[in-house]
Design a protein around this ligand. Structure first.
Ligand SMILES: Cc1cc2nc3c(=O)[nH]c(=O)nc-3n(C[C@H](O)[C@H](O)[C@H](O)COP(=O)(O)OP(=O)(O)OC[C@H]3O[C@@H](n4cnc5c(N)ncnc54)[C@H](O)[C@@H]3O)c2cc1C
Length: 544
């Protein structure tokens, strides 16, 4: 190649999506800074098919950026010049076809440096084009500067980000042009004013692609695989968790929070989690409102994927971990001790929310309140089938399906069953004042029951307990005086002697000694002795 060196800094502009284009604009910002040091120009280089119009977008993120709009944006973000290389073969973008065209233009102009935002495409294109130009390539730069002697120095993370290596080009390496890939967030693009620079269009006469590759088709990943990128909350697990089993706690936390699971590279390599969950330079970029990063060191290759996250919570046992530099909230703790506690607190708050949603439904008698949707998210997050949740809560699967579809509003006892399935004490998700009022009601009914002589408490001093047992004695052929016969919770009745008629709503059951019944105590219920002797039964109440 010719080495008619200029002091210009070129930037390859990626038009494949708005996100990639924004990364390119960040690189324009970096190029502008460097161009000031080299006294050269920042030149944005686009490769487009002349007729490239609106490519039908499947989603906002999929939408390719239109070249005309991109040219203007490059100029308003500080490019001194936009060079547009045109050929109908540039659509769809392919690194093997772009590389020779780009290398040709670079050889002709001889810029000092060519920057590529670090994406899969940018990485491949930089490698191919630098090879064709027989030029040096500094990969994965966190930052770049021009040293006092005019040489370009890249600052590159090594050893999981704990070391920053300064890398430059070997003297006399082929050409005076250097190539570098820069992290997508190496610089924050900001508009610098009205466009002042020029746009130069140059047709590329012939494409020198290898010709052995043929693109048969392309489509975006299905929505189910893109949930991580669009999630509002992401919980990321790192190598510090130490085992697949411990990584399960990350999944558990994510399921309770209705979050998506992400991972650094080691958990993917160790097969604790699917590679679709990888976040970072070679994985996905996420932009959740809340990101919880557990036992991750903060390697630049990982943090490149979380730069657009809102609030970042970091859990690491090493107070010196670089990851804390990214934290809005930093927690120095052993993940294996901390996660179970956090999960428990999160479960309580989820149950609290479910209880609120259920109360709202009860009050308004409407569907679509979100209880069913929240329940489905909770169930799916745990990887439970309808059948598994049905079994865990003692309900038929059809009932769960109806609750999730918000066709019916479940009784409060269902919430108790759900709490049991999640291993949460139901009392913990009630508000303090509700807990107090329930305590009072429980105490009241306890006293009333013990003052009614047909009751004998078997759980002395247990007025505030959720689970209480009574020995109930009913006079021959008498209905026992119904006290608080309808209440939230569950009831278990076991007949010791005599014959009992148990009326549940409009249904009557006859129970003989040794027989029992377990029911939702919110259904109005009555006990009657059918014998000519006293009927004695064990009654166990479970109340919230
Ligand atoms: C070209 C290239 C591309 C790469 N691409 C990616 C990528 O896309 N994504 C990616 O993630 N990585 C990528 N990597 C790997 C990357 O460099 C790091 O090695 C990786 O991110 C480290 O993962 P980690 O933070 O989970 O593990 P480590 O660096 O091993 O850190 C583990 C952390 O856990 C903490 N810890 C240990 N035990 C506990 C405990 N019990 N409780 C709490 N904290 C604990 C430690 O203090 C440490 O800070 C790439 C590397 C290269 C070379």
């Amino acid at each position: 190649m010719s080495a008619a060196a200029t002091n210009d800094i070129w930037i390859f502009i990626d038009l494949r999506s708005r996100r990639f284009f924004d990364y390119s604009l960040n690189a324009v910002c970096k190029a502008r800074q460097l161009a000031m040091s080299t006294a050269g120009k920042a030149v944005a280089c686009l490769l487009t098919a002349p007729a490239a119009g609106a490519v039908p977008a499947r989603s906002e993120d999929d939408a390719c950026v239109l070249p005309a709009a991109a040219e203007t944006e490059c100029l308003t973000h500080g490019a001194d010049q936009v060079l547009v290389l045109e050929n109908s073969g540039f659509d769809p973008p392919r690194a093997d076809i772009y590389a020779p065209a780009l290398a040709g233009a670079i050889a002709e102009a001889g810029p000092r440096l060519v920057l590529f935002a670090l994406t899969d495409f940018g990485r491949e294109l930089a490698a191919r084009a630098s090879r064709l130009c027989r030029a040096g390539l500094i990969a994965d730069c966190k930052d770049l500067r021009v040293d006092p002697r005019g040489g370009v120095v890249g600052l590159c993370p090594a050893w999981s980000g704990s070391v920053s290596a300064e890398i430059s080009y070997a003297p006399g390496w082929g050409t005076s042009t250097g190539f570098a890939t820069v992290q997508p967030h190496c610089c924050r693009a900001v508009p610098v004013g009205a466009p002042r620079g020029e746009v130069i269009r140059r047709p590329v006469a012939e494409l020198a692609g290898p010709g052995r590759l043929r693109l048969l088709g392309s489509r975006s990943a299905p929505e189910s695989q893109r949930r991580l990128e669009t999630a509002e909350i992401v919980v990321v697990g790192g190598a510090g968790l130490g085992s697949a089993r411990a990584f399960g706690k990350v999944r558990e936390l994510a399921s309770v929070l209705g979050a998506e699971v992400g991972a650094t590279r080691p958990p993917v390599i160790d097969h604790w989690v699917d590679e679709q969950r990888l976040i970072g330079q070679t994985g996905k970029s996420v932009a959740p409102r809340l990101l919880i990063s557990v036992a991750t060191s903060g390697a630049a290759q990982y943090t490149a994927g979380i730069m657009e996250a809102g609030t970042i919570v970091v859990v690491n046992r090493d107070p010196g971990a670089p990851m804390f530099e990214f934290a809005d909230i930093g927690i120095v703790a052993d993940a294996n001790e901390f996660l179970p506690k956090l999960i428990e607190r999160a479960q309580r708050s989820v149950m609290r929310r479910l209880a609120d949603l259920l109360c709202e439904t009860g009050a308004r008698g409407t569907r679509g309140n979100g209880f069913g949707a929240r329940l489905r998210k909770l169930r799916e997050g745990r990887g439970w089938s309808l059948e598994a949740l049905a079994e865990a809560t003692g309900q038929p699967p059809e009932f769960i399906a109806q609750v999730e579809a918000e066709e019916i509003s479940p009784p409060v006892s269902f919430l108790l069953g759900l709490a049991g399935a999640l291993g949460v004490d139901p009392g913990t998700f009630l508000r303090r004042e509700e807990q107090a009022s329930i305590r009072d009601r429980r105490l009241e009914s306890y006293v009333r029951r013990t003052q009614n002589y047909s009751y004998q408490t078997l759980t002395e001093g247990g007025a505030h307990d959720h689970l209480r047992a009574f020995l109930v004695t009913i006079e021959p052929h008498q209905t026992h005086k119904p006290v608080a016969y309808k209440h939230e919770g569950e009831e278990f009745v076991y007949v010791i002697s005599g014959e009992l008629e148990l009326t549940l709503g409009s249904k009557a059951l006859v129970l003989k000694p040794g027989e029992h019944s377990h029911f939702n105590s919110y259904i109005p219920h009555k006990l009657k002795s059918l014998s000519s002797e006293h009927t004695r039964c064990l009654v166990v109440l479970y109340t919230a």
